[in-house]
Design a protein around this ligand. Structure first.
Ligand code: SF4
Length: 84
């Protein structure tokens, strides 16, 4: 994965570094989970490394959680469209 010009890993710029991980990886899909994911999505929208985060999620086939402002379902749809 890419590194910053000063050699640091790109994740040091992640907007979620100090956020509650449960927002990005809620337990299950019901109850508080949809609201948690929407809060996470808002954080992702201002993240300077969002594109790299999404690239990583697609590469490792992350099937849980919010990555690059996308849910697992959204990433699956993206992958399906890319294969066509
Ligand atoms: S895009 Fe979202 S999940 Fe990815 S590093 Fe940024 S804030 Fe974190």
């Amino acid at each position: 994965m890419p590194r910053l010009r000063d050699g640091r890993d790109w994740t040091v710029l992640a907007a979620c570094l100090d956020e509650d991980p449960d927002l990005f990886f809620p337990a299950g899909e019901r109850g508080a989970a949809p609201a948690q994911l929407e809060r996470a999505r808002k954080i992702c929208q201002s993240c300077p490394v969002r594109g790299w985060c999404l690239q990583l999620a697609l590469r490792i086939d992350a099937d849980h959680g919010m990555w690059g402002g996308t849910t697992p379902h959204e990433r699956q749809r993206f992958k399906s469209r890319s294969r066509r």
